[in-house]
Structures are given as structure tokens and as C-alpha cells.
Write a new protein. Structure first.
Length: 540
């Protein structure tokens, strides 16, 4: 095995020290994993290709006489659809509350950008005033140049209306609050404590910090991004050893807690680092703290990509997912000692673009091998399954079964999933346009069945049911109107592109009690597989 010198130097001199693992033993274990699993990784990819060849041929032969029953039988005959086994419940243990129990926004950010990564990790708390004033969420006045009094008044009006809904006062409105005596009118179940000139309230499990001054409401600080995915995949272009070292070094800094970045802004420079926990005092005078940062997950690369940073003895580049799993888990050993990110002793790895239960089982096996190599307890490495490939969608129950002791996450996403829908089925004919695709039968069934399956298999209490990204970061007014559909759909998290978007999306989880929604949805008739298999071919 040939390993890039700079990558090896980083692992030996930065990642390994402090773990108790000797470099020679680490590389021996990694070599054994890579040499055994890389050929199997390639075999899984060949299975994808072989299935697609058969699907392409069938589709070409049935363009004019497509029959849904025949199509489903064909997909079963080639192993594309597998038989579902008996019902079961997921059994993931030692999951942090932000992932297992709470409902709120999830940020996704490229981990190769230290500034973005720090901003995302620190997006656990954010100013509602700033989020409203600085975006198009407020249509009054302008946020450019000097302070706009009318716009500021509109921000306060919006925030007061929000508080009236989320944490209503008895016998008065938040707009009428002028003194701290308002505390006498807060429901005891929502009053948590006080901080430095602020008052801590709670609604639907999310905290609200209210600040007052002589004029009344001075700011509203919302608990926002409960979790953040540090991304090695879609939002990152890491194509060689130099790129991968940057990715791993930033993740290592986050796990050690010492990542810092010099920032220049408005003619001044300062150092950005991870926020500390937040201190409060309860009504009895006891001091307590709340986590000051989002719980961080790491999204590894999927099974498809390879990387020239490491070349195996057979001449193949290493599957990048194997490299990511070993190296990001090594970095996470530092947090397992500190328990600053995961207080339960877990490492959260989001695994994208897997095709079906066989590939999920392979990832689970890889996780087990890495745990053994690094001296971790079994099932320390948790897995997030992204339901973004068609073969995973139609076999979601069996995909979850393959990871039932590790799974902490399933989610849906329009763009990736639509891309695979088109790639799989385009030989049946031209696909409908994007606008029509969003209202096609398969996409609604796909979104609903993901939630239905997660609820049926007991994911709440063990992990997240998520929804996809709001891809228009400058259109926050539209997001406030539309993205409330995600908690209403039964998802206890959904992706946002920025800390500001996290603050605004957090207001949706105050307006919607996701646990109550899930309890209702668990009783509905599950979405049909036949609807998911309906191909969005143009009919006009």
C-alpha cells in the first residue's frame, strides 16, 4: 500500500498523539481493513452496474407497453427489490438527546472551511432579531446602511407575536412588557431560569432566551441548530491527499475543541473558536448549564468514490469511504475522551448514496472493523442512512434492519433522489420537468413512506427522521412560509444552509409539536410501494 507522505505525516503527528494508539499498529490494522474490504466494495459497485444494465434493457423493451405489476416482478427477479422480513424495532443505544429526543434544525456545512465549520458548530444559539432584520423575512424598510427605525419596529412586532404564540403570558401580551415583572405571568412549566440579564423559557423542548431593557424586549435568542453535519461529501471538493488532510485536520480540531480561525471583518481581526456552554440559574438558585454548540455529525463519502491519496498493492485507488471512516473515527477518539461533543460517548457518521440493504450491511461491517482497530466499544460508531437512492427507498425497512443497532438518522432529499430516479428510469422515455416532478406521485409517496417506515420501526427516541435542504439562502421569507411543512410532515429535523436560516427555521418547531404529529401519523395508512415505483415519464 502506498500512502501519500503528507497524509501519513498528519495521521502520525497530529491525529494519533493522545489516542494511545501506536502508529505502526494503526497502519497495520488499516491495511488489513482496506485490503480485505476494497475488493468487496468494488463488487458492490459492479452489482449496481449489472442491475442498471438489466433495468435499461427492460425499460427500452417496454416503452410502449409498460405494466406496473410486470415491472415490480422484474425488479424482484433481479434482486433490486428484496423480500421484507418480519417487523422489528431499532435498538440504538447511547444517543445524545439532540438526536434521539429533540426536534429542531440541522445545519450542513463543508468541513474543509474552518470558518464555516465553526459558525455551524456555534449555531446552537442565535438572535431572532438579527435573523429577521438582516434578511427578507421582514419586508418593511431596508437592512442596508444606517439603522432603519421602522424595520426595527417591525422586527420587534414579529418577535412579540412569535412569543405570544410560543410562550404566552397570562393577562398580557409581550408587546406590553416594560419591566421584569412579566415573569409573574409566565407559565411555570415554561419558566426554566435566568442568565446574565436574560430569562430562559422553554417550548416544545427548545429553549428561548429573552432579553429585556428599559424599553421592553431587547432581543430573543433561540436554541436553533441542535445538530450540524460536518460534510466530507456533497458540499466539499476533496480530490487528493492535500484536500483530504485539510478535511481531516478541521474535523480533528473540532473533536479536540481547539479549532480556531482568524477572521477579518469591518477592518478588525479576531479569533473565532468553539463557543462555551451557557450558564443559567434556576428558581432555587442552583447554577446549571446548557450545551453551547450543535452536536456534530460527520458525513463520510459513500461507496462509489476512490482517492489517489492511498493506492493499494493491486494498483487500485482506495475507496474513499473506507479511508474516511478510519480517519474521521480516529479523530473522534479525542472527543470520546473529552465528551464535549457527544456526552453519551458516540460518534455520528452520516453515510450517503448507498444502494440497498447489502450496501448498508457493508457499511455496518466496516464500522465494526474500525471500532475493533481503534479500541472502541461495539456500536460506538452510529450510522445515518440517507434515503437518496431509489434502491434504498424501495428497501428502506431492510436497510434499517441491517443497521438496527447503530442507526440514528434517515432523511429524504429532492435533488439527489430525483437524480437517481431519472438515472434509473430514463430509458422508459423523457422525464417530466422539475416543476412537475415535485408533484409527481412517486415523490409524495417517497417522502411519506420514509416517515412511515421510521415511525413503524421505532426510530423516535433513538434517532432522527429528517427532511432535505432549503437551497435558497437569500429567500428567508419564502422559507418561513414553506419549510414549516417539514415538521408538519413528521420530521424532527430538516436541513438549513446557514446559522441565520437555522434561527428562522427553529420558529417552526415552536409552532409545531413534532411528537404529537408523529403520534398521529403513526396511525395513518402507509404510503404504497407501487406509488414509489410509478415512473415520472412525460405523458403529454
Amino acid at each position: 500500500m502506498h500512502i501519500d507522505e503528507n497524509l501519513k505525516f498528519f495521521i502520525d503527528t497530529e491525529a494519533l498523539p493522545g489516542t494511545g494508539i501506536v502508529a505502526q499498529e494503526f497502519w497495520a490494522a488499516f491495511t488489513a481493513i482496506a485490503e480485505e474490504l476494497a475488493p468487496r466494495n468494488r463488487a458492490l459497485l459492479k452489482t449496481r452496474d449489472d442491475m442498471q444494465i438489466k433495468i435499461d434493457a427492460w425499460n427500452m423493451a417496454h416503452q410502449q407497453n409498460f405494466d406496473a405489476a410486470q415491472y415490480r416482478a422484474f425488479l424482484k427477479s433481479i434482486g433490486y427489490i428484496v423480500e421484507e422480513g418480519e417487523d422489528f424495532l431499532v435498538n440504538t443505544q447511547n444517543v445524545d438527546a439532540e438526536i434521539a429526543l429533540m426536534a429542531g434544525p440541522q445545519l450542513v456545512v463543508p468541513v474543509n472551511n474552518a470558518r464555516f465549520a465553526l459558525n455551524a458548530a456555534n449555531a446552537r444559539w442565535g438572535s431572532l432579531f438579527d435573523a429577521l432584520y438582516g434578511t427578507d423575512a421582514i419586508a418593511v424598510g431596508s437592512n442596508v446602511g444606517t439603522y432603519d427605525m421602522a424595520r426595527g419596529a417591525a422586527v420587534i412586532e414579529w418577535a412579540c407575536a412569535f412569543l405570544d404564540d410560543a410562550v404566552p403570558l397570562r393577562q398580557m401580551k409581550w408587546a406590553d412588557v416594560k419591566t421584569k415583572t412579566y415573569l409573574n405571568f409566565v407559565d411555570d412549566s415554561q419558566w426554566v431560569g435566568s442568565g446574565d440579564g436574560s430569562y430562559l423559557l422553554v417550548n416544545n423542548g427548545l429553549h428561548i432566551e429573552v432579553k429585556l431593557n428599559a424599553m421592553g424586549l431587547a432581543d430573543v435568542i433561540l436554541e436553533s441548530a441542535l445538530s450540524t453535519i460536518m460534510d466530507c461529501e456533497d458540499s466539499v471538493a476533496a480530490v487528493d491527499a492535500e484536500d483530504k488532510v485539510l478535511v481531516y485536520r478541521n474535523w480533528l480540531g473540532l473533536m479536540k475543541g481547539d479549532l480556531a480561525e482568524e477572521i477579518a471583518k469591518n477592518g478588525k481581526t479576531f479569533t473565532r473558536k468553539l463557543n462555551s456552554d451557557r450558564q443559567y440559574t434556576d428558581r432555587k438558585g442552583s447554577v446549571f448549564s446548557l450545551h453551547g454548540r450543535a452536536v456534530m455529525l460527520i458525513r463520510n463519502v459513500g461507496h462509489l468514490m476512490t482517492n489517489p491519496a492511498i493506492v493499494l498493492d493491486d494498483g487500485h485507488e482506495i475507496p474513499e469511504g473506507i479511508m474516511d471512516c478510519m480517519f474521521t473515527s480516529l479523530c473522534a477518539l479525542h472527543d470520546l475522551k473529552r465528551k464535549a461533543n457527544s456526552r453519551t460517548g458516540s460518534v455520528y457518521i452520516v453515510k450517503p448514496k448507498m444502494h440497498g440493504p447489502e450496501e448498508v450491511a457493508f457499511a455496518v461491517e466496516l464500522f465494526g472493523r474500525v471500532e475493533l482497530a481503534l479500541g472502541m466499544k461495539p456500536n460506538t460508531l452510529k450510522i445515518g442512512i440517507m434515503d437518496e437512492e431509489r434502491r434504498t427507498t424501495v428497501n428502506l425497512k431492510e436497510c434499517i434492519r441491517a443497521a438496527k443497532d447503530r442507526i440514528v438518522f434517515i432523511n429524504t432529499g429532492f435533488l439527489d433522489r430525483t437524480g437517481d430516479e431519472i438515472h434509473t428510469s430514463m430509458n422508459l422515455g423523457p422525464m417530466v420537468r422539475k416543476g412537475d416532478m415535485k408533484s409527481a406521485a412517486w415523490i409524495g409517496a417517497y417522502e411519506n413512506r420514509n416517515v412511515d417506515t421510521g415511525l413503524k420501526l421505532g426510530l423516535p427516541g433513538h434517532g432522527q427522521i429528517g427532511k432535505g435542504m432549503w437551497a435558497m439562502p437569500d429567500k428567508m421569507a419564502d422559507m418561513l412560509v414553506q419549510k414549516i411543512a417539514h415538521p408538519r410532515s413528521g420530521a424532527n429535523t430538516a436541513w438549513v444552509p446557514s446559522p441565520t436560516a437555522a434561527v428562522l427555521h427553529a420558529t417552526h418547531y415552536h409552532r409545531v409539536n413534532v411528537s404529537e404529529v408523529q403520534a398521529t401519523l403513526a396511525k395513518r395508512v402507509p404510503a404504497k410501494l407501487d406509488d414509489i415505483l410509478s415512473v415520472p415519464v412525460v405523458t403529454r
